[in-house]
Design a protein around this ligand. Structure first.
Ligand code: ASP
Ligand code: MG
Length: 467
């Protein structure tokens, strides 16, 4: 018995042509596999629009969410009108669209009156886009001859009550999937599951965090003990660099879970590593593929990478950062300065992307988003007021227009000379490195450079170290 789980992201169902393409891919695989489950995201931009409408309503704006309602109604209705041939199916789908949008509108109107909302309300607001795309896709599959049914994800995935970022409860979820999905599959029905959405034990709607449809697919793969999970997106797979920066970026054929983790963290938003853990831990083959070029192989993600000795696989960049430095000779050998520095940054609500301190202990520097730089310097000056007064710390300052360039590859581990090649590549182009950090996992090396040199740094590393 072979089982395949396929997940389609927002751009894969972004318009009528994309829906047709997805229908074709699924129908074709349905002939080759005994059991296929499809997981689908909301149409591209829909989750953002739903969020924008409700956020504007809470801040007193009664116009925006009406505009959002009209736009979403039109976009979904248009797809149905274009793609669905049978009048009764069309009517059923259009009334489902109307029901979802009307409910959204009244939720926004309550939020507008109340002037506040909770994460719980937010989840019931945003968990609509996926419901609609799942229904439309199931109807389309059915029309083209694949027996298919949209299944409410709230019936399948049981989570805790961390609204907006809920954590699935594995056993309860498995039980639901066995009770609800397995019989459907046994009857030869192809279930289309709305990604992103789940529910608490008591049936309150939750969501799995932004990008959560990947998580839904991984949960299905795990619970059904699938033979393969395919994540369809709008690029050919995980790339060696952002093709908008490096035109000759290539698809990486095989990448490990750890490497993809570094990538995702450093801004290549292909997959969130947390979301695919269930399939990776079970050793289920996971592929990233392109909806618009389904014949290309894509990228395979494996638990441990083998045969990568000495190789750097990808280079990424994160923009809009600032580097904060805390410096002073009175810090040398004094325990607790780093602890207090980072506690103060955490209290201020800022997440640190990169940290570096040399062994002379005369300065600590770290990189944060520029939007928080002013507040972080202020908080640190308060925290270190007495050290500053005593001149144990001389100065705390921010340098803006910083980017972090990261080279990723498990093959760096224990391989001498990789950093020499990276620095050599930058040196050749006259690019100055402001700070360096490498974790002891040796899976990536991060460099802070001036924003003006970002593209050149990525090009150089791609050219000299990756290609
Ligand atoms: N629609 C949700 C989002 O935009 C979930 C997903 O697409 O994975 O975050
Ligand atoms: Mg995604």
């Amino acid at each position: 018995m072979s089982t395949l789980v396929m997940k389609f992201g927002g751009t894969s169902v972004g318009n009528a042509a994309a829906f047709l393409q997805v229908e074709e891919i699924i129908s074709q695989q349905a002939r080759d596999w005994d059991q296929v489950v499809a997981v689908v995201s909301a149409m591209s931009g829909v989750t953002d629009e739903l969020t924008r409408g409700v956020v504007s309503a809470v801040s007193g704006d009664a116009e925006t969410y009406h505009a959002v309602c009209n736009m979403l109604r039109e976009r979904h209705t248009d797809i149905v009108n274009r793609l669905v041939r049978k009048a009764d199916t069309r009517e059923r789908l259009i009334s489902a669209i109307d029901a979802q949008i009307d409910e959204y509108s009244s939720l926004c109107s309550s939020v507008h009156v109340l002037g506040e909302f909770t994460p719980r309300v937010m989840d019931s607001v945003v968990a609509r886009g996926e419901r609609l795309s799942a229904r439309i896709l199931a109807a389309l599959l059915h029309q083209e001859g694949t027996r298919s049914e949209a299944v409410e994800a709230t019936d399948l995935i049981v989570t805790d009550a961390t609204f907006q970022n809920a954590v699935p409860i594995a056993q309860a979820t498995r039980n639901r999937i066995s009770a609800r999905l397995v019989p459907l599959l046994a009857e030869g029905v192809l279930p289309v599951v709305a990604g992103f959405i789940a529910a608490t034990q008591d049936g309150l709607t939750t969501t799995l965090g932004r990008g959560g449809s990947d998580y839904t697919a991984a949960i299905m793969g795990d619970a059904l003990d699938a033979d393969s999970v395919w994540i369809f997106t709008d690029v050919d797979g995980v790339m060696t660099a952002d093709p908008r920066i490096v035109p000759d970026a290539r698809v990486i054929p095989v990448i490990s879970y750890t490497e993809v983790g570094e990538l995702a963290y450093f801004g290549a938003k292909v997959l969130h590593p947390r979301t695919i853990r269930p399939v990776i831990e079970r050793g289920i083959p996971l592929w990233v593929k392109n909806t618009f070029a389904p014949q290309t192989t894509g990228t395979r993600i494996v638990r441990n990478s083998t045969n990568t000795h000495g190789t750097v696989k990808a280079v990424t960049v994160i923009n809009d950062l600032s580097m904060i430095t805390v410096a002073g000779r009175g810090m040398i050998g004094v325990p607790g300065i780093a602890g207090r520095t980072f506690s103060a940054v955490a209290r201020q609500g800022t997440s640190v992307l990169m940290i570096s301190q040399s062994s002379s202990e005369q300065s600590i520097c770290f990189v944060i988003p520029t939007t928080s730089a002013g507040a972080v310097v202020y908080t640190l000056e308060e925290e270190m007021a007495s050290e500053l007064a005593r001149r144990d710390i001389d100065r705390i300052w921010a340098i803006d227009d910083i980017v972090i360039v990261t080279a990723i590859g498990a093959g760096m581990r224990g391989t001498p000379g990789i950093s020499a090649r990276i620095f050599g590549a930058l040196g050749q182009a006259g690019i100055n490195v402001i700070a360096i950090a490498q974790g002891s996992s040796e899976c990536s090396i991060s460099l802070a450079v001036d924003a003006a040199a970002a593209a050149a740094a990525v090009h150089q590393i791609h050219k000299e170290v990756i290609l």
